[in-house]
Design a protein around this ligand. Sequence first.
Ligand code: ADP
Ligand code: MG
Length: 397
Amino acid sequence: MKLAILSRAPRSYSTQRLRTAALDRGHDVKVLNTLRFSIDLSGDEPDLQFRGKPLSDYDAILPRIGNSITYFGTAVVRQFEQMDVYTPNPAYGITNSRDKLRATQILSRHSIGMPATAFVRDRADVIPAIEMVGGAPVVIKLLEGTQGIGVILAPDIKVAEAIIETLQSTKQQVLIQRFVKESKGRDIRALVVGDRVVAAMRRVAKGDEFRSNVHRGGSVERVELDEEFESTAVRAAQIMGLKVAGVDMLEGRDGPLVMEVNSSPGLEGIETATKLDVAGAIIDYIDNQVAFPQIDVRQRLSVSTGYGVAELLVHGDADIVGKTIGESGLGERDITVLTLNRGSRVIPNPRNSHTLQADDRLLCFGKLEEMRGMIPTRRKRRHRVKKLPKQPIHGED
Ligand code: ADP
Ligand code: MG
């Protein structure tokens, strides 16, 4: 295949390893500076120029978009997508994962463990938010920090409030997050490629530092992940829309807590710690998937007027409970079931002989009018009952 690695750091360890891995496998590979593309929307079809000249044909790209050029970088990736060039990490996946708040919001409905997190704007909401995530000590994070810069541990509420106010006064947005003390300055970085973890390491913070980033002096060691950490990492990457991702997880009391998903994970630390060929795994995956460029299914399918994609809920009292998909009458109503979601299980292309159960969720393509009655009513929010601290009664012990 002909592959372009989009990177501004041609000499960095990661870019060099990816380039060499591609060459070793007989691919034609170029490292192209992301900032030297011109997005060309002047002709009949979306096009790109590179260094002022028409770009030759590529089968695939591997975007390595740094934090400082997210907007332009994702625009270039999106343009390749419009040109049907394969990318393991689409523009929306890179955008989703870059902003820690946006990533946490997207992951939050998929039963993936995460440290309790809050985001507020008004001064009056700061202290309640700190309490909402469990009180001090509390972690404060810039939305788009990396390498541990912009992650602060505030020992008490007063200091936390002062830090948040200072940052907000300089127009910096911050997350308020529970300090996962039991993780003890350690975290797990899992390198996800496609639907598996190809390498994982534990990072241990230096001295009394709580941030385990290698850039903050953290040390690394290879780990074998158990099934729960592995499936959490893979699911987090998939939900973000990334096929190549570095998923950071804390070791919480009750299992993995995802902190962030990185779309351009560094390879040096993890290859050194694990002695595994991560670059080779990435190139092999791209080579294997190159025939499947990104398709925005919803957008493409909606072009047929009156048809679309919807998620249908099998209500407990519906007459199709206990019937097979074949018997359900969905087919006669011109509704095709694409996937069946049962709890956290997903059955792709379920057969007609599959029996439907209450609470199954069916991702369907069909006539919107026919599907209207089966769209779930909005879930009722369960209001968490919070234990209020006992008010001291004056005059009593
Ligand atoms: P960055 O993008 O800067 O790497 P992270 O959210 O990954 O930001 O945080 C950096 C490091 O700080 C993590 O690797 C972890 O060691 C530590 N850390 C972050 N959030 C928490 C938390 N809520 N509780 C405990 N440690 C944390
Ligand atoms: Mg991190």
